[in-house]
Design a protein around this ligand. Structure first.
Ligand code: TRP
Length: 458
């Protein structure tokens, strides 16, 4: 396929927004606070930021190089760059990972739809205290019907955008809604910081207690870094195949990294003051954390201004859905592009297969919170299992091979060409970039795995 026959993001900013759209999502707003709460707060955040800098940035640039140079779905990109080798399996593993992530991610996406509907119908009005919010959440996720309906609804919504083609669907929606979402998030952070628990929340988030760092915390931080930046499974690699020659890979990666980390920290600042203000919510409440605290932040912010509160909370939930949608689209696109290009299916057919497959697995994940709760694997429900296996195992393994591929396999001049846009700009960090990829990223990933295994065994 010639470079020009592939769809392209229209502009440089389009490439940044599309990648940031993929990165910013429930990973920041829902999963980051969850993980921060479960792993002890500030110390986790510190390790997380180190992971973003030392591993996230180099791996993101690597995915961009593979994608733009390979100009195809993630599996075929490896075939183009290293014909006749087994590297293609890194791409295939990524596709499988994406499929699994989308299946359980859609369940949480479905919860955001439920909360949008609930705020549309003013169901939270008059509720107070975490008890009622906790009850609402627990009752909802255990229901055998509605969570499944919303999961499938969200996958169909994703499907519809995917069917419109990548550029039209993704680029346009990101340009308008993402900035608006940041703005509303900032307003909510402002309100949360006036809640009584704000001081305690700041201590929890920013005063690290290093004794809390153990192997599990480090593994969680690494997994969260890859998850939040959409790395390790060829997602940004697939997007980079739609970049044009003028897109600056280093600059794009830096922008995405900064935006993504910023949004995650903002989400923490929005949620933890509420955790410490409302009695009965533990920081380690797990997946329910966001859904218990967010309504209480909204209520505390706008309790005395019902109409304004109504409009604001509705708008916020709708924007949360859109932020989530730009992430589910990117996951869906990886699998759809793979099936379409590798098996010669029409895009439409491929997309239908992905939506149907994820709906099936997503249904099981949704039911694993209620009806199927007794059926566990290694003590985890199917939902928890998918989360664990993808974020803590498959993404780091994917990132490990991606860094080996670009660090050791790709030719130096190919890397230099991609980083300098074919010699038209300077990229000063070529050496540190290569050193990180060759020695630091793979070694750290292996050490973190070994450390965790060791902790499990001894
Ligand atoms: N990064 C997204 C989020 O934070 C989720 C996501 C999209 C993702 N594409 C991915 C996670 C690829 C891992 C890999 O919500």
């Amino acid at each position: 396929m010639t470079p020009t026959s592939r769809a392209n993001f229209g502009s440089r900013i389009g490439a940044i927004l599309a990648s940031a759209g993929s990165a910013v999502g429930l990973g920041n707003i829902w999963r980051f606070p969850t993980q921060t709460g479960e792993n002890g707060g500030a110390a986790f955040i510190l390790v997380y930021i180190l992971c973003v800098l030392l591993m996230g940035m180099p791996v993101m640039i690597s995915e961009f190089i593979i994608g733009r140079r390979g100009r195809a779905n993630t599996a075929a990109a490896y075939r183009h760059l290293a014909p006749g080798t087994r590297w293609i399996w890194v791409g295939r593993l990524g596709v499988l990972t994406g499929f699994l992530i989308l299946s359980y991610y859609a369940v949480v996406a479905g919860w955001t739809v439920e909360y949008t509907v609930a705020s549309l119908l003013s169901r939270f009005q008059g509720m107070s205290g975490s008890g009622e919010f906790t009850q609402y959440f627990n009752r909802f996720v255990a229901d055998p019907v509605m969570p499944v309906v919303y999961t499938v609804f969200f996958l169909v919504l994703t499907h519809v955008v995917i069917a419109q083609g990548v550029v039209k669907g993704i680029e346009k929606s990101s340009k308008v809604f993402m900035p608006l979402f940041f703005l509303l998030l900032l307003v909510l952070v402002g309100c949360a910081l006036t809640m009584p628990g704000a001081g305690e929340a700041m201590r929890f988030l920013f005063t690290p207690d290093f004794s809390k760092i153990d192997s599990g915390v480090v593994l969680a931080a690494m997994g969260q870094a890859f998850f939040s930046l959409s790395l390790g499974m060829g997602c940004l690699c697939t997007y980079a195949s739609y970049f044009n020659r003028n897109t600056r890979l280093g600059q794009t990666a830096l922008s995405v990294g900064v935006i993504d980390t910023f949004v995650a920290i903002m989400a923490g600042l929005m949620i933890f003051p509420a955790v410490f203000s409302v009695e009965g919510v533990g920081v380690d409440a797990g997946p329910s954390l966001l859904f218990i605290t967010l309504p209480s932040v909204l209520q505390s912010a706008f309790g005395s201004l019902p109409l304004l509160g109504y409009l604001f909370s509705l708008l916020f939930y709708v924007l949360l859905i859109l932020a989530t949608l730009t992430s589910t689209i990117s996951l869906h696109e990886v699998v759809t592009a793979y099936l379409a290009e590798e098996f010669g299916l029409s895009r439409h057919r491929a997309a239908v297969l992905v939506t149907a497959g994820c709906s099936l697995l997503g249904t099981l994940c949704a039911l694993s919170m209620g009806l199927l709760k007794p059926y566990t694997v290694c003590g985890m429900t199917l939902f928890d299992l998918f989360d664990f296996v993808t974020a803590k195992l498959m993404l780091p393994i994917g990132a490990f091979f991606i860094s080996l591929f670009v660090g050791w396999k790709l030719e130096r001049n190919v890397i230099a060409e991609e980083l300098t846009n074919y010699g038209t700009l300077r990229f000063r960090l070529l050496r540190p970039f290569t050193l990180l990829l060759r020695y630091v990223v793979p070694v750290l990933i292996v050490l973190i795995f070994l450390n965790e295994l060791g902790a499990g065994i001894f």
